[in-house]
Ligand binder design. Structure first.
Ligand SMILES: *[C@@H]1O[C@H](CO)[C@@H](O)[C@H](O)[C@H]1NC(C)=O
Ligand SMILES: *[C@@H]1O[C@H](CO)[C@@H](O)[C@H](O)[C@H]1NC(C)=O
Ligand SMILES: *[C@@H]1O[C@H](CO)[C@@H](O)[C@H](O)[C@H]1NC(C)=O
Ligand SMILES: *[C@@H]1O[C@H](CO)[C@@H](O)[C@H](O)[C@H]1NC(C)=O
Length: 336
């Protein structure tokens, strides 16, 4: 390298460094959720499966759920699969070479209909291991279906999916005497991280022209299961979803299947819990709450079929039986 080129490089590096520093101080100016385009079917419709809380090397009915997902996935010709997090138990992945990745994912969801793109968020158990390993593109070389990011958008024209990294919102995980160790690399300082996520989500939602706005996170906003409501999300996330006419919020965390419908006065969000990919039957059922349409303590998953006028949601158990289904209509914006 000639001295003059060297000087140019140094100057360029200085400019880049300054830009990066500026970015650090004013992150919201530059930060934006990464958007992935995932076109719908030729007729504009879209179908997908959603599950959460699954990676247990096939145990606790994980393999049975996977088998039924394969059957339903074929029937509906699903375009992709969404994972609501807690992808690998008990403590996420140790690294990109952790055998848990193939033993709990690649060699479990083997049906031809499930050889589609999977979009995943991180759950609190994923943060207990090497969280960055799950985000590493190397995993996509091992199994091209895998795509896990912290917060991002999948744009499918008629529907837009807004994936939100919810673990950093939960105060309990940050207490000095927290029960577990979490890998918060890339998350600290926490308040910065949270306010950026909220700001970017707000912007992405307000710019969306999709018929269906669907937000996905690991933690429930509303749930009557073991963990119940996440008060941090009711306070910080829910108002943004209400303001932007979000249709569905889908989550895991509670190992059950649920459908809770918010009353019209508070917006018309449907809260769908699908955290029943493996271990379930915890035996929890809180007292009945307003808006609860369905609660199932056992294993299963859900499907969503969307077109311009309708969204049809169905919940399945380990036998592939439909436990609950409902249809939303765009014209009426109401549950039929
Ligand atoms: C597997 O599913 C069946 C049927 O729901 C249930 O009876 C059984 O307890 C489940 N097994 C486990 C380990 O959860
Ligand atoms: C993972 O395994 C590959 C192939 O054996 C090796 O080249 C790589 O260094 C390993 N990575 C880590 C982070 O251990
Ligand atoms: C959960 O949140 C909903 C809506 O804010 C509220 O009606 C319900 O009482 C809450 N449940 C619990 C157990 O706090
Ligand atoms: C989609 O659209 C048609 C009407 O154009 C309707 O009959 C059909 O059942 C719709 N719903 C789904 C979920 O495909």
């Amino acid at each position: 390298m000639t001295p003059s080129l060297g000087r140019t490089s140094v100057a360029l590096l200085c400019v880049l460094w300054t830009l990066l520093m500026y970015n650090e101080q004013v992150p919201t100016t530059f930060a934006k959720f990464q958007t992935i385009q995932h076109p719908p079917k030729a007729d504009g419709s879209l179908s997908l499966l959603v599950l959460g809380d699954w990676g247990r090397r096939g145990a606790y009915n994980q393999s049975q759920v996977a088998f039924q997902m394969g059957k339903i996935g074929k029937k509906l010709d699903v375009d992709f699969v969404i994972s609501t997090g807690d992808n690998f138990y008990e403590n996420g992945l140790k690294g990109v070479n952790d055998t848990g990745f193939s033993e709990s994912f690649a060699s479990i969801y083997t049906a031809p209909s499930l050889q589609k793109q999977w979009y995943s968020v991180l759950g609190n158990h994923d943060y207990r291991g090497n969280a960055e390993a799950q985000l590493d593109p190397i995993l996509r070389k091992i199994d091209s279906r895998w795509l896990c990011m912290r917060s991002f958008v999948v744009d499918s024209e008629i529907a837009e999916f807004f994936f939100v990294d919810t673990s950093p919102f939960v105060d309990m995980y940050f207490q000095p005497k927290a029960e577990h160790h979490y890998d918060w690399r890339g998350v600290l300082p926490r308040q910065n991280y949270i306010s950026n996520v909220l700001k970017d989500l707000k912007q992405a939602l307000s710019e969306s022209t999709a018929e269906w706005k669907i937000v996905v996170g690991h933690h429930a906003i509303r749930s009557i299961g073991f963990h119940g409501n996440t008060s941090e999300l009711i306070k910080q996330l829910l108002p943004i979803l209400n303001e932007n006419n979000v249709d569905l919020y889908m989550n895991g965390h509670d190992h059950c299947l649920e459908h809770i419908s918010s009353s019209k006065a508070k917006g018309s969000i449907q809260f769908l819990t699908t955290g029943a990919g493996s271990k379930a039957w915890r035996g929890n059922l809180r007292e009945h709450e307003e808006g609860v349409k369905f609660y199932y303590d056992g294993q299963g998953f859900l499907s969503a079929e969307l077109n311009h006028s309708e969204a049809r949601i169905a919940y399945y158990d380990v036998f592939g039986q439909i436990l609950h289904e409902f249809t939303l209509s765009k014209m009426l914006r109401s549950t039929i």
